[in-house]
Design a protein around this ligand. Structure first.
Ligand SMILES: Cc1cc2nc3c(=O)[nH]c(=O)nc-3n(C[C@H](O)[C@H](O)[C@H](O)COP(=O)(O)OP(=O)(O)OC[C@H]3O[C@@H](n4cnc5c(N)ncnc54)[C@H](O)[C@@H]3O)c2cc1C
Length: 479
């Protein structure tokens, strides 16, 4: 290991390699504090050439690499194992915007660019990058690509995959796969960049990407509506799609108890509607400069016809940008408010959109029936068929005991239900180390075998992020 560290230091210099525990410690635990690992060192290369040389060195010494961006991931994918022999490879130093072409509406930037900075770089040219999420102050382009991140604008613009036009990545042998040039048409065989998107650092280290931009938002209106059930919320979604089409950008749901939790948790928060409703819906409609003048009229017509069709019990439209922000603060406050209630297990799941209302009713009732005292709640991106399904422990239950014991058993039951309803155990957060066993247990065997073959082809010695997402060989179940 000493030879490896000496050679790595000679390659990267003191700014590019550290073993100082004070500097490495914050990056060895995931942000939610669920996983802690150890690393032989933390490398912070400054260029693709340095990443390439470093990966080559790691391959020669058989040192495993854990790529890391902002460490905002949800599944422990960027945390090394506890063994202390893996190298933490931080991409955060590679934070340059290489080019921004306003006419082509494209930006090419390095993997360490933070999402918030990407938003600002685009806005400076009257454009925007249409993907946002709560971790935007730390999540990086490389991490967003490697987890195929979602967020609150997927309904209109798709997940990260839909926004990536080109990728540059260092492969397991140190070679550089360069496919940054975005050709509208290119039929020279496999679209290999798609393999890297969502591969969680197991197939290559993303060093740069070309991303799609869209015109900046000139006007947005956020509607807050109260509805009697998720079934009606789904009908309201279809209604809004018909009424405003492309202008519909967000459609989020939360039940009344979650709104109450936020109101009790977020200082200064106020309920948008006078009375309680079983479910609340946040609807965002936006327009660029061309569509801005007519947007309010269109949104008002959408809400009026929803009232006429009996789809909403009550609704209000944001009158200002501050009010739109306040409505979103209520939505963004659900996860922290629910966390503050006590020990819980969280599930980021999807089922076909049309089945989601019945699935939620079924799963909430079933979990609460099987485990008296727990509270199950679902909230999130109904428009994408993706909800966050939290199960909160009964009062007085100890956190570690719940999360490692009953909570785990409940999670398996939830995932069984999701699979039975034709859904996915990971809608947008990925697999990492958190869901690996469940993916092995519930994944389609043919799909898993194919994933292993791809892993074997791109990383035959298994040095890229071992222990995450998929292993070269199936787990040994003979014991
Ligand atoms: C408050 C909050 C809200 C969030 N909301 C959402 C949400 O709505 N939707 C959503 O999808 N996510 C959400 N997230 C999760 C997180 O922001 C995303 O998963 C994000 O894509 C992770 O980016 P990162 O740079 O922090 O990656 P990391 O956490 O550092 O890494 C994540 C994974 O990607 C790999 N990786 C990182 N960089 C590279 C690279 N350059 N090359 C190869 N592999 C790499 C890592 O090895 C790891 O497997 C949220 C996070 C927070 C903190």
């Amino acid at each position: 290991m000493t030879t490896f560290l000496d050679e790595a230091l000679a390659l990267l210099g003191p700014r590019g390699l550290t073993t100082d525990p004070e500097l490495t410690a914050p990056w060895l635990t995931d942000w939610r504090g669920r996983y802690t690992g150890r690393a032989v060192a933390m490398a912070s290369p400054a260029s693709t050439a340095e990443v390439s040389a470093l990966v080559r060195l790691c391959a020669r010494h058989g040192v495993a690499i854990v790529p890391q961006g902002g460490n905002s991931g949800m599944c422990g994918g960027a945390t090394p194992d506890p063994g202390g022999s893996q190298l933490l490879l931080s991409l955060r130093r590679m934070s340059a915007v290489r080019t921004l072409d306003p006419a082509a509406r494209q930006i090419t930037c390095e993997a360490g660019v933070v999402l918030q900075n990407l938003h600002e770089a685009a806005l400076a040219h009257g454009l925007r990058f249409p993907l946002t999420l709560g971790g935007k102050g730390s999540a990086t382009v490389g991490g967003l690509i490697s987890t195929n991140a979602g967020g609150t604008q997927v309904l209109r613009h798709g997940s990260m995959r839909a926004l990536v036009l080109g990728i540059e990545a260092v492969l397991a042998d140190g070679s550089v796969f360069s496919a940054l040039a975005p050709l509208k048409k290119d039929n020279r065989g496999f679209d290999l960049k798609q393999l890297l998107i969502g591969s969680e650092g197991t197939l290559g280290v993303v060093t740069a990407a070309t991303l799609r931009l869209v015109p900046a938002v000139a006007e947005r209106i956020v509607v807050w509506a109260g509805v009697p059930s998720l079934q009606v919320a789904r009908a309201l979604l279809l209604h809004c799609e018909d009424a405003v089409g492309e202008a519909l950008e967000g459609f989020e749901v939360m039940p009344q108890p979650s709104l109450e939790a936020v109101l009790g948790h977020l200082p200064g928060a106020r309920a948008p509607l006078a009375d309680p409703h079983p479910w609340h819906v946040l609807i965002e409609v936006v327009a660029d400069a061309l569509g801005a003048p007519a947007l309010r009229e269109r949104a008002e017509a959408m809400v009026a016809s929803a009232f006429a069709a009996g789809l909403v019990e009550d609704a209000t439209l944001s009158a200002s940008e501050a009010q739109a922000e306040a409505f979103w603060a209520l939505r963004d406050g659900v996860a922290p408010a629910e966390r503050a209630k006590g020990p819980a297990v969280q599930h980021d799941i999807s089922v076909p959109v049309e089945k989601m209302p019945d699935f939620v009713d079924h799963a909430v009732a079933e979990v609460e029936r099987r485990h008296p005292g727990v509270q199950a709640i679902a909230f999130g991106h109904l428009g994408d068929g993706n909800v966050h399904f939290h199960v909160i422990a009964a009062l007085g239950v100890d956190r570690a005991g719940f999360e490692q014991g009953l909570g785990k058993a409940i999670s398996s039951e939830v995932y069984d239900m999701v699979v039975a309803w034709g859904g996915s155990i990971s809608a947008e957060h990925g697999i990492g180390q958190a869901k690996r066993a469940e993916l092995e247990r519930l994944g389609d065997p043919v799909t898993l075998a194919l994933m292993r073959q791809v892993k074997g082809a791109l990383d035959p010695r298994g040095i890229l992020n071992p222990g995450k997402l998929v292993a070269l060989a199936p787990p040994d179940t003979s014991a």
